[in-house]
Design a protein. Structure first.
Lengths: 113, 113
């Protein structure tokens, strides 16, 4: 069965520092992988997704993620954090039937000046 | 503008009362979803629907009911059988296909009086 593990429920970085949010998945079929961002009391917004093809995926707001099949990982990175990046981030994998997404428990990113 | 609307933004439920959360989309999406979000637990799937007049239970369907009489509408009823309904409820929709992006509404916060 498909599952997602996000390592670290809270990550704190300084403004200008590298952001690294970790996501590992389990899937019995080639996975479709997604990263979403959620600001307080709002819905989720897609940052980026991997379906097929190039394993390095670029998204909005300077974020990118690399699909590593051998490591079953899809970590999210951004070279330089900005205060506006403070939010909750969710990794998700499509279920085996392709009918729904399975979400990780989320990582809250804090950015200090 | 195309998008997903949820109403109301805040909803209060009294003991023993059923309440209905509205979700409407004008994106012409085939599939619609309801998630429940609690702090530290990520998003948990309540119900989803791939086509009109058909829906499937998610991981936490007990105490909830849905209908899908129109393609653009997918209301969720929180029944009195749901003993702990306080949460943030998110509706989403997407085109058919596991690689397709889910788009989210702004959410409804349900509180128990």
């Amino acid at each position: 069965a498909q599952s997602v593990t996000q390592l670290g429920s809270h990550v704190s970085v300084s403004e200008g520092a590298l952001v690294l949010l970790r996501c590992n998945y389990s899937s019995s079929v080639p996975p479709y992988l997604f990263w979403y961002v959620q600001y307080p009391n709002q819905g989720l917004q897609l940052l980026l997704k991997y379906t097929t093809g190039a394993t390095l995926v670029k998204g909005i707001n300077g974020f990118e993620a690399e699909f590593k099949k051998s490591e079953t990982s899809f970590h999210l990175t951004k070279p330089s954090a900005h205060m506006s990046d403070a939010a909750e981030y969710f990794c998700a994998v499509s279920n085996q039937a392709g009918t729904a997404l399975i979400f990780g428990k989320g990582t809250t990113l804090s950015v200090s000046s | 503008d195309g998008g997903i609307t949820q109403s109301p933004k805040y909803l209060f439920r009294k003991e023993g009362q059923n309440v209905t959360l509205s979700c409407e989309q004008n994106l012409n999406h085939d599939a619609m979803y309801w998630y429940r979000q609690d702090p530290g637990q990520g998003l948990r799937l309540i119900y989803y629907s791939q086509i009109v007049n058909d829906f499937q239970k998610g991981d936490i369907a007990e105490g909830y009911s849905v209908s899908r009489e129109k393609k653009e509408s997918f209301p969720l009823t929180v029944t009195s059988a749901q003993k702990n309904p306080t949460a943030f409820y998110l509706c989403a929709s997407r085109l058919a296909g596991g690689q397709e992006t889910q788009y989210f509404g702004p959410g409804t916060r349900l509180l128990v009086l």
